[in-house]
Design a protein around this ligand. Structure first.
Ligand code: HEM
Length: 554
């Protein structure tokens, strides 16, 4: 017995010493991180846990907690939080944000994005290195304006569809977010994926609701320390729910991919019509380029004037082959031996379906709520719309979208106050001296969080920042601001590939809704409650009531 006890004691000592040695080696490997972190301002935390317990609260409370934290003296331009052993550095000064977003080095997404892996695989949002670079080069041209202009009919037709659906709520209070989500999914399928509505089935809303549930779960995993490791998470009910909803999501996207691939194969079998179609497309493209050259000026695509990225290439630089919508382009590339596998294409379909619908659903829902909260602003939007369309029921043209300047400023202001993606985060592989505080360097190995929501509400950038004021985007006011003060679509090499698509679609959809309906006065903006389950939402729901406009024929 005594021998057993002695052996147990020796074994325990060996294990404890090995653990200690491992810990010391691990700490020494992170010596630079601790040294540089020490100088960074931040809140005191508990040993081992850091500030993690502060986030063991509801999503809305987390949002309020982080936002109120950002007003503390310690967080003026930069602040640190410890989530257990993880150092998270929050940046809210445009000068520092520029260092990250404009760089070709700090491109790696933070480890929190790994929760997307079962869903997106190596899709564009989370991939890195050569895979990301190659795929970005393939995908960005499929969102060029010349491609997007071909979607005008679908944007108009789908606006009418959602208006008819919302007509059943005429005069009543209702949550507009589900309507917006469903139509955004349907529009994406018809445009970016090129699958006609008849082939989609009626499961777009189910898809959108499953996406929301999956996002809730991923947000919980990002903020609750005990849900982070796979070995604790996998035993929870959440893990089962996640798998169930992911199944629903994948079911739709797999069907879409298979349908498009079948169509592609069919069109290659019947070569004659395909050839004619190609000729027709060539003619159409020529027409679009000429129109584009005349009218593209002064249209804002959701970022500060002066910032450009790979979506801003000259119209004539895009070769004929690259001018196909996304899914068709990917399938053609795969067919032509460009090394794209079916699984890689499905990963991109999943990425674009998520990024493309939830963000625009939130943006349009916030916009409609703002119209209810600010009747004075709505009146100006309606006046502009009436001056362009009168009581005609013609479709919105691309030229109209250029003339809807006040509407555009209201969309930008909505994205400023309620950026659908409220934070962006990256993993730092190299130390980064800050521009705003030359005495501080953020260390390699930490997670950098760019606080878009906070930057957009800095009083030194936007006077009276909590008030909705579209004049923030008058050219003379925007000109004096740092370019990186407005980043709803991020910026630089990893900017949002869908930003032009999103701005065009939002303008057409919202103009069409407000041609028919006005939003009745609703809850003031200051009383809204927000939460950020990956995408920014209203905890109290996107409640609106619509009233048919008098001049419009029923
Ligand atoms: C109002 C609408 C939208 C907003 C506010 C928005 C915002 C953003 C932001 C902030 C990022 C950077 C995310 C990060 O670095 O973590 C991003 C990336 C991305 N977005 Fe969007 N987005 C919108 C619409 C769209 C649409 C319509 C699509 C496609 C149909 C799209 C596709 C993507 C993709 C693929 C990326 C990853 C790009 C890369 O890493 O290279 N987005 N978006």
């Amino acid at each position: 017995m005594k021998i057993v006890f002695q052996m147990f004691l020796v074994l325990s000592l060996v294990v404890a010493s090995a653990g200690l040695l491992y810990y010391l080696k691990w700490r020494m490997g992170r010596a630079n991180l601790y040294k540089l972190a020490e100088k960074l301002p931040g809140l005191p935390g508990l040993p081992l846990l850091g500030n993690a317990l502060q986030f063991a609260i509801s999503p809305n409370q987390i949002f309020d907690e982080v936002y109120s934290m950002s007003f503390k003296d310690e967080f003026q331009d930069v602040g640190k939080i410890w989530l257990g052993p993880r150092l998270v550095v929050l940046l809210v000064n445009p000068k520092d944000i520029e260092l990250i977003l404009s760089s070709n080095v700090h491109l790696r997404k933070s480890s929190e994005y790994r929760y997307f892996e079962p869903w997106f695989g190596n899709g564009l949002l989370i991939s890195y290195g050569d895979t990301w670079k190659t795929h970005r080069k393939m995908i960005a041209p499929t969102f060029h304006l010349n491609v997007l202009k071909r979607f005008m009919d679908e944007f108009n037709k789908n606006s009418k569809l959602v208006i008819d659906r919302m007509a059943t709520e005429d005069g009543k209070h209702f949550d507009c977010h589900d309507y917006m989500s469903e139509i955004m999914v349907e529009t994406l399928l018809e445009t970016v994926m090129g699958v006609k509505q008849a082939a989609q089935g009626r499961n777009c809303l189910t898809y959108a609701l499953s996406v929301m549930d999956v996002c809730d779960i991923m947000h919980a995993r990002q903020t609750k320390l005990w849900l982070r490791p796979d070995w604790t998470y996998k035993w929870t009910n959440m893990a089962k729910e996640f798998d169930k909803h992911l199944g629903i999501i994948m079911n739709l996207t797999n069907k879409v991919f298979m349908k498009k691939k079948e169509d592609y194969i069919q069109s290659r079998v019947s070569t004659l019509p395909a050839k004619e179609e190609k000729e027709e497309r060539k003619k159409e493209e020529k027409k679009v380029i000429v129109q584009g050259a005349l009218t593209n000026e002064n249209f804002s695509y959701g970022q500060s004037a002066g910032l450009t990225d790979d979506l801003d290439v000259d119209d004539n630089e895009i070769g004929e082959k690259k001018r196909l919508p996304f899914l068709e382009a990917m399938i053609e590339r795969a067919h032509n031996g460009d090394g794209l596998t079916d699984q890689e294409i499905k990963n991109q379909v999943n990425t674009l379906m998520f990024e493309g619908h939830d963000t625009t659903a939130a943006g349009s829902s916030f916009f409609l709520c703002v119209m209810g909260a600010r009747p004075d602003i709505q009146e100006k939007v309606l006046n502009e719309i009436d001056s362009i369309f009168g009581d005609s029921d013609r479709e919105v043209t691309f030229q109209d979208t250029l003339e809807l300047k006040y509407l555009e400023r209201c969309i930008m202001e909505t994205l400023r106050l309620f950026p659908p993606v409220p934070i962006i985060s990256r993993e730092l592989d190299q130390d980064l001296p800050l521009s705003s505080r030359p005495d501080l360097t953020i260390p390699a190995g930490c997670t950098v969080v760019i606080g878009t929501y906070k930057v957009h509400r800095r009083p030194d950038l936007y006077p009276d920042p909590e008030t909705f004021n579209p004049d923030h985007f008058l050219p003379e006011n925007a000109a004096s601001r740092h370019y990186y003060s407005f980043i709803p679509f991020s910026a630089g090499p990893r900017s949002c590939v869908g930003r032009k698509y999103a701005m065009l679609k939002l303008k057409i959809l919202l103009a069409n809704i407000l041609r028919q309906y006005q939003v009745k006065p609703g809850k003031p903006i200051k009383d809204w409650r927000l939460q950020a389950d990956i995408i920014l939402k209203r905890t109290d729901g996107f409640d609106i009531a619509l009233e048919r406009r008098k001049h419009v024929k029923a």
